[in-house]
Design a protein around this ligand. Sequence first.
Ligand code: AMP
Ligand code: MG
Length: 318
Amino acid sequence: MSIISKDISKAVALLNSEELVAIPTETVYGLAGNIYSEKAIKSIFETKQRPLFNPLIVHIPSVEYLSKIVEYIPEKAKLLAEAFWPGPITLVLKKKNSIPDIITADKDTVAVRIPNHSLTLELLNNLSFPLAAPSANPFSSISPTTAQHVENYFKDNIKMVLDGGACKSGIESTIIGFENEEPVIYRLGSTPIEAIEDVVGKIEIKNKKEISPEAPGMLERHYAPKTKTILTSNLSKSIEEYSNKRIGILVFNDVLNDDAIEFKVVLSESKNLEEAAFKLYDALHQLDKQDLDIIIAEKLPDYGLGKSINDRLKRATK
Ligand code: AMP
Ligand code: MG
């Protein structure tokens, strides 16, 4: 029997019994458990085979709830929360002692956000605890953006996927930390950097080596298909290079027709970056199923969500 269901009360009952439920958000599906249940949180790490040094994002129902999770809220964090929550921005702030160390990988900061999905907000409002929810995929594989992707990964190793349709934004949240009160981008994501700068001014992007310990979204290989994948700015040249192989291509809006291509996914005929982000992971899931020798992905324009998509594609090629 399928584990996919729309039954919120069943999800509430499972979470109250320290079980896991995969939940829909506007970014990707999350594998959720009670942040205060050691059993549930250990089970998240085991099910995903996620290394314990990777901290989890805590999902809360309201801005008011934030003060139960964190010790201190810098002014610019308040501005960002007001501007973007519920929405795909995660704030990393000084944690309260009550937040278990396993959630934060022993760090003194915790990552937190309010997801913008009506079913999951209803779920959170019916629980007496927040949910830790990393993406509902085995560690380092392509993130799931539909309930079916989650079921394909975990079969009956989890009890339920709450079906909230296809995730609207399609790539993970933008993660922002604070250093001396100033926001810093730790991971590019669904909220474009330009929108963030409109609220808090110029913001720095830190690369992985500057953040310690390593954060999973920062790992070089992440979001990766099983099929060898390359990222290119010169599509025709790359296709020529691999002309004796079974090639799949992932393009922004191209109308290229080439007999050498076995399978093609176009992200947005009208060159719309939001549409491209929405389709990205499903496209990679599809390409990965075609028994190809190589996936050739075309680099997108390097601004707005294009920057975030290029970040994911780069990690998919490692
Ligand atoms: P995922 O939920 O799978 O998208 O991964 C969670 C992301 O949250 C990772 O990329 C981590 O980098 C980030 N994260 C969680 N907690 C912290 C923290 N305390 N400091 C920095 N990054 C964090
Ligand atoms: Mg993930």
